[in-house]
Design a protein around this ligand. Structure first.
Ligand code: ZN
Length: 198
């Protein structure tokens, strides 16, 4: 069964989520929810889904970036944004540390809760994340490139933040307009044309 995805304007997307206990994580209910979120993410399709997006204000998100999604991108973009496949994993009670936050990277980001649109969002290029997995085991990763962007986006959801709060609003575009006018240009050129300050 695929879950409904809450759209921007739903209050659950704007409240901080609560952490899960070890017992809650290991419960049948939570394990079932993780499987449903996985199916919902893959059906969308998307690269990340946070529990508030399916109406649950808990600190749980799922992430997966499949080779077939990346294959749809032009080679130049895959290089520019350093996008690599990320196998499916579950992120619970994450603590994110931005490494070199002063070195921000711009990229066009979208959200399953704001479908049909995209915008340029500055993000840290490298992050460290500590979290629990679906077995309630402690994990730690240092992540770069597009995966670091996905992580920052999903952890934001758990704090009630959307990419709209960070975007360069002059770059906000419908998907068709993005594809027609901006998708094939280097970010530096997009910024120059849109007069986005540097
Ligand atoms: Zn999102």
């Amino acid at each position: 069964m695929v879950l409904d995805i809450c759209q921007a304007g739903h209050p659950v997307l704007r409240q901080p989520s609560r952490p899960l206990t070890r017992d809650e994580i290991l419960s049948e209910e939570c394990q079932e929810l993780i499987q449903r979120m996985k199916r919902t993410l893959q059906a969308a399709p998307g690269v990340g889904l946070a529990a508030p997006q399916i109406g649950e204000p808990i600190q749980l998100a799922v992430i997966e970036d499949r080779p077939e999604y990346i294959a749809k991108w032009p080679a130049q973009q895959i290089m520019e944004f350093r996008r690599k496949p990320v196998p499916f994993y579950v992120l619970i009670n994450p603590e994110l540390e931005l490494l070199k936050p002063e070195a921000q990277v711009l990229g066009f980001e979208g959200c399953l809760s704001v479908p049909g649109y995209t915008a340029l969002v500055p993000r840290a290029g490298k992050v460290r994340v500590k979290y629990l997995d679906e077995k309630a085991e402690a994990c730690e990763q240092i992540v770069e490139g597009w995966h670091a962007r996905i992580l920052q986006h999903e952890v934001d959801h758990l704090g009630g933040t959307l990419y709209l709060d960070h975007m360069f609003s002059r770059s906000f575009a419908s998907q068709p307009n993005y594809l027609q006018h901006w998708s094939n240009k280097p970010i530096r050129e997009v910024c120059r044309e849109l007069e986005i300050g540097r």
